[in-house]
Design a binder for this molecule. Structure first.
Ligand code: FFO
Ligand code: ATP
Length: 180
């Protein structure tokens, strides 16, 4: 099977090509709306490099009375933290070209994690950036609902699975809501 590094490079390029063309946004399915409740904490992300924009899902969460938080990283080795998103405060440029809340923003425990990804397969395994930030967050927040957000073209036949890979519960694309 193709190794993660080669596949990551190929799928990042596929993703970047896809967003250059006109394309619909991520669809908000009824199964996602059903799960939202006032007071839940929903981790979103600021898309980069051709990633699917989770904004339609985050907007629905805000309308349902959820609090939005964003990931914050300092380097590859340090676990990510989810920090409150003060929409009045500017996001700050971080490592890897990321835009993040200030490191002093309040830390939160997410109930739902909207997860960026590079590739996924039909068993809802995901390939990420390779630093293990989300893999470790899934272990830290085992009760969170793990929702991948991706373009349909990011689906591959199968992914090399490592022992630490934690599968997603569902994936939202521009046209589908994929569950195992
Ligand atoms: N939008 C977004 N935010 C996110 C992530 C993500 O995948 N997407 N993360 C997910 O874990 C965390 C940040 N972790 C990261 C870890 C490594 C690299 C990285 O190695 N980037 C490559 C360039 C990627 C590219 O070419 O597209 C690099 O800097 O060489 C990026 C983010 C938290 N925030
Ligand atoms: N639970 C964990 N605890 C400690 N290290 C972990 C854990 N999960 C993954 N890692 C480390 O993270 C690194 C990256 O893993 P992998 O290549 O599977 O990342 P990935 O699938 O791209 O996912 P991510 O988006 O989370 O970076 C590996 O070196 C692995 O040892």
């Amino acid at each position: 099977m193709i190794d993660k590094k080669t596949l990551r490079a190929r799928m990042r390029a596929t993703r970047e090509r896809f967003v250059l063309e006109a394309h619909p946004g991520i669809a908000v399915p009824p199964a996602f709306l059903d799960r939202l409740e006032h007071g839940l904490t929903v981790a979103s992300y600021v898309p980069m490099g051709g990633e699917a924009d989770p904004a339609p899902l985050a907007r629905a969460a805000v309308e349902a009375g959820c609090e939005i938080v964003l990931p914050h990283v300092v380097d590859r080795a340090t676990p990510l933290r989810f920090l409150a998103w003060d929409t009045e405060a500017a996001l700050i440029a971080g490592p890897f070209g990321l835009h993040q809340p200030a490191h002093t923003a309040a830390e939160r425990q997410p109930d739902i994690i909207l997860t960026p990804l590079v590739a996924f397969d039909a068993t809802l395994n995901r390939l990420g950036q390779g630093a293990g930030h989300y893999d470790r967050a899934f272990v830290a927040f085992p009760h969170a609902w793990r929702v991948g957000v991706a373009w349909g073209i990011q689906q591959v036949e199968s992914l090399p699975a490592d022992p630490w890979d934690v599968p997603l519960h569902a994936i939202a694309t521009e046209s589908d809501w994929i569950t195992p």
